[in-house]
Design a protein around this ligand. Structure first.
Ligand code: NDP
Length: 444
């Protein structure tokens, strides 16, 4: 049996109850075969795949807090410190009822490769809780965040582990978490990114993931003789990533036709009016269906279906496993030019394979959505030098980083004889740097 298959079997046996983690490891290890099989004995002797698939540390903790009725609630908190070979652990915190160890481990594992691809000195981690901020008052969210930080603070630090936002964690939550860290430790240091601009945040961090997604998609389109100008773009989600992907795609001349939330999706044949979406989502934390009240020519459909609307570019920006095989088939049948992932692992393995078999350029999330963590790392740099850069400076650096990621993924794919396979290219390029650093640091 090949070394990759041996490790895959072991990971499946040891983590049987963690389907998302197994899915992520399967995708990555399968695409690393090109590298491993060239030097299998060495990788096996050094147990590099076992080491890279085992988190350095997982912390699980109780998060008690009191709701507005005086009732005590208890949630479960997680921080997975996956790999610190190339820098302090870095990765967001997710607050969503679906959060469990499998989801946090899959996200932490992906984060290692993503962070490596940025070229910046950051290792991989991820955290969160099954707390649902939806429908909670600001006081309840603050009570939860303070309790969460009462445990998390002992595991993080500006040179140790620097969390950020993710689903359910935006400016409000980061503010509450930061305030509690400062109160507990008395330290004013960059232990979180995505901070507000008045207390150490970076300009362009809010926009970074969505903008970065569009910058790298633009490279994919150029490499395939296409452009955003006049292209029909379908976006899923209507959160941070989706909103700023929409904004940048529109500024490149695209027509964005769809957005969604976990209840349903809107289709606007005139092109999404982003001011309306921002007012609903950022202004009053409402539902996407409210869009049609302001724009009656658009339609709202309950449930899934964004990918059934014919488009040229598909940008899944909601959550994991939201683009299935049937969706990939519809996209291909409708002549899609490219699929680039704004969310983490939104495309199932079967759907990814189908897109690739049909020659659709596919940029995986670990490359396509790396703009967020890249600007987080730039926020860390600004905090260290106690300076703030302009929006234009940060945006220009973000643009260069995304073009660099595209080049790394496409040149690694070419080097290993699979040109245009950005999944393999991104995994290989990310893996090579981590592996070299791990080997240099010995068996630790
Ligand atoms: P937000 O919480 O701002 O938005 C998430 C969006 O996805 C919302 O519209 C939400 O709808 C929708 N959504 C969430 N869960 C589901 C579900 N189960 N089914 C359908 N829709 C769902 O999160 P972000 O925009 O920050 O994150 C989106 C994705 O991008 C995630 O995969 C995240 O890990 C990834 N990402 C984010 C980065 C960032 O900088 N923010 C960086 C890199 C990756 P609803 O309101 O109904 O829940």
């Amino acid at each position: 049996m090949s070394y990759v298959d041996e490790v895959l079997e072991r990971v499946k046996a040891k983590n049987g109850a963690e389907p998302e983690f197994i899915q992520a490891v399967t995708e990555v290890l399968n695409s690393l075969r090109f590298v491993i099989e060239k030097n299998e004995d060495h990788f096996r002797k050094e147990a590099l795949l076992e080491r890279i698939t085992e988190p350095e540390r997982i912390v699980t903790f109780r998060v008690p807090w009191v709701d507005d009725n005086g009732q005590v609630q208890v949630n479960r908190g997680f921080r997975v410190q996956f790999n610190s070979a190339i820098g302090p652990y870095k990765g967001g915190l997710r607050l969503h009822p679906s959060v469990n160890q499998s989801i946090i481990k899959f996200l932490g594992f992906e984060q290692c490769f993503k962070n490596s691809l940025t070229g910046l000195p950051i290792g991989g981690g991820k955290g969160g809780s099954d707390f649902d901020p939806k429908g909670k008052s600001d006081r309840e969210v603050m009570a939860f965040c303070q309790s969460f930080m009462n445990e998390l603070y002992r595991h993080i630090g500006a040179n140790v582990d620097v969390p950020a936002g993710d689903i359910g964690v935006g400016a409000r939550e980061i503010g509450f978490l930061y305030g509690q860290y400062k109160r507990l430790t008395g330290l004013y240091e960059g232990i979180l990114t995505g901070k507000g601009l008045t207390y150490g945040g970076s300009l362009a961090r809010t926009e970074a993931t969505g903008y970065g997604l569009v910058y790298i998609t633009n490279e994919v389109l150029k490499a395939n003789g296409k452009s955003f100008e006049g292209a029909r773009v379908n976006i899923s989600g209507s959160g941070n990533v989706a909103i700023y992907a929409c904004q940048k795609a529109q500024s490149f001349g695209a027509k964005v036709q769809t957005m969604s939330d976990s209840n349903g999706y809107i289709y606007d044949p005139d092109g999404i009016d982003l001011a309306i979406v921002k007012e609903i989502k950022e202004g009053r934390r409402g539902r996407i269906k409210e869009y049609v009240a302001a724009k009656p020519t658009a339609t709202y459909t309950e449930g899934r279906g964004v990918w059934s609307i014919p488009c040229d570019v598909a940008l899944p920006c909601a959550t994991q496993n939201e683009l299935f095989l049937e969706d990939a088939k519809a996209l291909v049948a409708n002549g899609v030019w490219a699929v680039c992932e704004g969310a983490n692992m939104p495309t199932t393995l079967e759907a990814t394979e189908y897109l690739q078999e049909n020659g659709i350029p596919f940029m995986p999330g670990k490359a396509a959505n790396a703009g967020g963590v890249a600007v987080s790392a730039l926020e860390m740099s600004q905090n260290s030098e106690r300076l703030s850069w302009t929006f234009e400076e940060v945006d220009a650096k973000l643009h260069d980083i995304m073009v660099g990621i595209f080049e790394k993924a496409s040149s690694a794919a070419e080097r290993y004889g699979v040109p245009g396979n950005y999944v393999a290219g991104a995994n290989i390029a990310g893996f090579e740097k981590i592996c070299t650093a791990m080997e240099a640091q010995g068996i630790v």
